[in-house]
Design a protein around this ligand. Structure first.
Ligand SMILES: NC(=O)c1ccc[n+]([C@@H]2O[C@H](COP(=O)([O-])OP(=O)(O)OC[C@H]3O[C@@H](n4cnc5c(N)ncnc54)[C@H](OP(=O)(O)O)[C@@H]3O)[C@@H](O)[C@H]2O)c1
Length: 245
């Protein structure tokens, strides 16, 4: 395996922000692992789109909340594309509702995917990513709002930001940077599914730039953080939200 191309894993890349990140990193020249948990057809479509654009990608199923599956994801990536250089911990889920009404299964799912899943990726990445590599985690700008209805989601992402700062210090001596991107409202299934159009209109009206984010807005930032150009950016959270907060 030659090392003239680098390898990136993007978790939760079958749709939304993760799919845009995978396509962007592939366009940047990375061999890209398109991870997913459920929708093999959608992940396959992302791989096909990358191939059509002249890139190299492979879809690999792994539920990030399962530490063994994340270890297998790295092993498969290494077998196909060589040592992993970049890990984007993007897979995430949400559930909306007042804290008093949060169901145990929703609490457990959010913690399992957003917090344990990102931890599993960071731990495996810390053990296996090449020196000089990159880890990028997805947080959320909603952390700054303490917005009613988002207690568990906000808490999981706050924990992700805490681990981002600490792992950045632990891996810095190896030239590995660890950063997070915290998007505001981005037009994906996670934001739009089940929310009334009136709520989306109100959210949009709160954004000084006058529009929801698009997945590509976030992919551009991850592209920078994954590149050599960001070499002295470490332990940072970049908030991209059109100026909403
Ligand atoms: N959209 C927003 O407004 C927004 C704002 C701030 C932060 N974010 C963050 O950005 C990230 C991406 O969000 P999105 O809006 O693109 O969400 P999305 O459209 O719902 O996509 C989520 C992706 O995660 C995958 N996934 C879910 N559970 C998984 C698991 N256990 N293991 C592996 N993959 C899993 C899904 O694939 P399968 O269905 O195939 O499993 C899908 O590809 C999340 O971390 C989210 O919290 C989003």
């Amino acid at each position: 395996m030659t090392r003239d191309m680098k390898t990136a894993i993007v978790t939760g890349a079958s749709r939304g922000i993760g799919a845009a990140i995978a396509r962007r990193l592939a366009a940047d020249g990375f061999r890209t692992i398109v991870n997913y948990a459920a929708d093999a057809a959608a992940a396959g479509a992302v791989v096909a789109a990358i191939a059509a654009e002249g890139g190299h990608a492979l879809a690999v199923r792994a539920d990030v909340s399962d530490a063994g599956a994340v270890a297998d994801l790295f092993a498969r990536s290494e077998a196909e594309f060589g040592t992993v250089d970049v890990l984007v911990n993007n897979a995430g889920v949400t559930a909306f509702g007042p804290l008093a009404e949060v169901r145990d299964e929703d609490y457990n799912r959010l913690v399992a995917v957003n917090l344990t899943g990102t931890f599993n990726g960071m731990r495996e990445g810390a053990r296996r990513i090449a020196d000089g590599g990159r880890i990028v985690n997805l947080s959320t700008s909603i952390i700054g709002h303490y917005s009613p209805g988002n207690a568990v989601y906000t808490a999981t992402k706050a924990a992700v930001e805490a681990m981002t700062h600490i792992l950045a210090k632990e891996l810095g001596p190896r030239g590995i940077t660890v950063n997070a991107v915290a998007p505001g409202p981005v037009a994906t299934e996670l934001l739009l599914a089940g929310r009334p159009p009136e709520l989306i209109r109100r959210l949009t009206s709160e954004i000084p730039l006058g529009r929801l984010g698009q997945p590509e807005d976030i992919a551009r930032i991850v592209s920078f953080l994954a590149s050599g150009e960001s070499g002295w950016v470490n332990g940072q959270v970049i908030r991209a939200n059109g100026g909403r907060n």
